[in-house]
Design a protein around this ligand. Sequence first.
Ligand code: SAM
Length: 249
Amino acid sequence: MATPDDTPGDGLRLYHELAGWFHLLTAPEEYADEAIFVLDLLRSHVMGPLETLLELGSGGGNTASHLRAHLRLTLTDLSPAMLDLSRTLNPGCEHFVADMRSARLGRIFDAVLIHDAVMYMTTEADLRAALETAFVHLRPGGAAVIAPDCVKETFKPTTDHGGHDGAGRALRYLEWSYDPDPADTTFLTDFAILLREGPDDVRVRFDRHVEGLFPRAIWLELLRAVGFEASVVVDQWERDVFVAVRRRA
Ligand SMILES: C[S@@+](CC[C@H](N)C(=O)[O-])C[C@H]1O[C@@H](n2cnc3c(N)ncnc32)[C@H](O)[C@@H]1O
């Protein structure tokens, strides 16, 4: 029987309690084109060798799974459960629990990637802190790619649905994004998630994600303020992708 659960969730339930289901929500195969786009951007912007990459907010390791044949990856995320899932997909990669706003690994890399996890930076101060983390982990000549789902100018209220079948279980979801207050720097994404572990074992979970929304000009201003030479390109899905080069030591 379906078990209703209409509690508002504790925010980002998806990345903690439900982390083990993440690949049935969004499958690693779906990230191949984006990963190659990121790799091409890095190849054309990193000066010198491109061998090492630090990902901040690497989640289930979906993007990483397409990059690891080309680069030596260090994967970091706030959620230990998401890193556990990523280890199953990317067993040869280093994994560390770290908050992208404050992580300091004491090492430098040729490249840094912050993919959709950057959407959880909901204030300018948090976004700046994450961009600074990217900067301090790059060698001079290194480059970061930061790929938010949207910026203020490209945000559209949307509904989406999907999910996948796994071994003995399946997940389906409805995702609904909207912006109740266009004057602030956030929007909401509500998820209704059905988890099936047998014909009579279906659970429902609700999860609300508060995500950041900043004008393109603020992104560029913050990137430059932390020391980057920054530009923006539009990808094949018409999303703004920021490319940031660290020129100085
Ligand atoms: C949509 S998932 C990322 C999926 C990832 N792009 C992939 O390829 O699998 C978003 C991730 O952001 C992480 N996250 C949220 N806030 C964070 C923070 N402050 N620092 C690091 N990771 C964070 C969550 O734990 C979650 O794993």
